[in-house]
Design a binder for this molecule. Sequence first.
Ligand code: OXD
Ligand code: MN
Length: 582
Amino acid sequence: MKFAEIENWITDVVKLTNPKEVVWCNGSQEEHNNALAAMAKRGEILPITAPGYKNCHLYRSHPSDVARTEHKTYVCTNTPEAAGPNNNWLDPDKAHAKVDRVFRNCMQGRTMYVIPYCMGPIDSPHSGLGIELTDSLYVVANMFIMTRIGDKALEKIKTNKFDVVRGLHSTADLDPDKRYIMHFPEKLLIKSIGSGYGGNALLGKKCHALRLASWQAKHGGWLAEHMLIAGIEHAGKTHYVAAAFPSACGKTNLAMLIPPEKHRDYKIWTVGDDIAWLRLGEDGRMWAMNPESGYFGVVPGTNENTNPIANDMLNHDAIFTNVALTSEGEPWWEGKTKGKPQIDWRGDPWGGVGTAAHPNARFTVSAKHCPTYSPAAEDPQGVPLSAIIFGGRRSTLNPLVAEAFDWTHGIFMGATLASETTAAITGQVGTLRRDPMAMLPFCGYNMGDYWQHWLSFQDKSQNLPRIFQVNWFQKNAQGKFAWPGFGDNIRVLKWIVERCENKVDAQHTPIGNLPNIDDIDFDGVSDADRDQLLAVVKKDWLEELDDLDDHFGKYGSHTPPQFKVLQERMRKEFTTTDEQAG
Ligand code: OXD
Ligand code: MN
């Protein structure tokens, strides 16, 4: 895109929104410090003054604006079919008219910041460029941490050689009824108004790096995925994996895993915790790049046991959103092992009802502060993947780990992913929803076409990563988690690596290859829990296969026919196995 077109767009936005001034962000540390200081002065952010914290701040968002608002998020493609049933669709002209009414004069008396940014290392040929216009300093401060903003990105944009995603954002008056998160993939344009919450407002993240990037990826032959990227080092060799889990299922914890004492011969390197852009390399391997430069992590539940790495990063240069405070002014959240809340996330005295921190409270910290941050994360080519992992939060059905028979079956596993919902989105918590590849809220086009796109890689390479499905969240008869999770997930990663190195066998079952009991360390897990973790319960799976008819049926002729073939094969195998057993 030509820079002149971007300048024209900015002029039009200024006419529409009427800010008192326009400020271009250069991306310097000084600018970031000034942004925080200006917000602190206006009372919009609270410096954490408790001993032991350096340059940390607390931001309280409006109580009605604490999560992504999927029902107000739209993909405005030229036809509804292109957006698919997985997206809310609006005709682009009607969408512009609707949202521009709210944008009119919304920045009166405010400053409009122009944030040029780069998703991915500046010198990577695979990075994505964008410009966000916003009236929120909180957005400026978070974008500084989460992406590479400022002069270097602008220089690249000014070469006129690259596509540029344009994003317009305003908090306006935070009215939930006038809140819209709109995407115009054909124009690489985002318009977001009425929310200051991360996923709705930091446009580089979900709106650009997933919804629009997935569209760009479909047309450019690559993939933009809701995945962490981690290196697993053992015996002098590092295998990289990319893993998709629905929001708030522990991607950040897994990306920063510290193995327990017994498994310290393994080390995890953090490449990314939320988004991965995947491309086939010339060697036929799939290479993964983290387009972000920071973490916008869910903070409740974080402590020295669940995620010691994140826990240690939270005492300097962190922005907290919607956490509680102790009487000493220390940030506090459910799951924190020290201190007691005195002020809740709204800023009111803590009354003991509900949670003191918001369940979707967040921390924003730079990736560079992460002690396990992999130097390879800055590699312009990304890292080569040995495995792709799909994981859902299911209290029953899915075994601890299963390996796909082949690429097509792996895509099927990803496409059937389901999870009990969490607090990262507005709506009911705890109901089961299908979340294919953990991309349901983030795929910027028809999910059926997206599956086809995934499948298309099969013909392009003989050297694709292996695919696995995991489930850390099975509950036993006592309602307790059957698997210890967190750092102990290394035991499963170890099996995955050993499979990639062809060091261990697996048992064939109708739903995938499962570990032999002796090949996974079940130390500390009861025999009953272990058996449950590796069980494939025929009755439950037959129900699941029926349920998948509805799920795949929603996407009509866009659903790859290969999925039906797999369903039938599994049904048949379950029946034959039974006959053999009988
Ligand atoms: C996130 C999310 O914020 O997935 O990463 O909701
Ligand atoms: Mn996410």
